[in-house]
Design a protein around this ligand. Structure first.
Ligand code: ZN
Length: 84
């Protein structure tokens, strides 16, 4: 059966859930747990989201940090919130 391979790939889980990754503030490799992770390029913003390339110096895996647009900051005043 040719779709056996697809079936097993579908069952693959992420090594760490997004929630766990966020709880560790993206400071640990989701594949091996190392904290020797580093950003390897510019964050690509696209609409309300952005992707930042990251690699692990220990297991040499690479992935993207995912960012959501959460607001804006006035560069002149540094104010984060408008209505106070
Ligand atoms: Zn790693």
């Amino acid at each position: 059966m040719s779709d056996m391979r697809v079936m097993t790939e579908k069952k693959k889980k992420k090594p760490m859930t997004d929630k766990e990754y966020v709880e560790q503030e993206g400071m640990h490799c989701p594949f091996c747990g190392s904290n020797r992770v580093e950003g390897t390029g510019c964050i690509n913003a696209d609409g309300a989201g952005a992707l930042g390339p990251v690699t692990c110096a220990d297991c040499e895996k690479s992935w993207y940090d995912c960012y959501d647009l959460t607001g804006y900051i006035d560069r002149d005043t540094g104010y984060v919130e408008g209505n106070t």
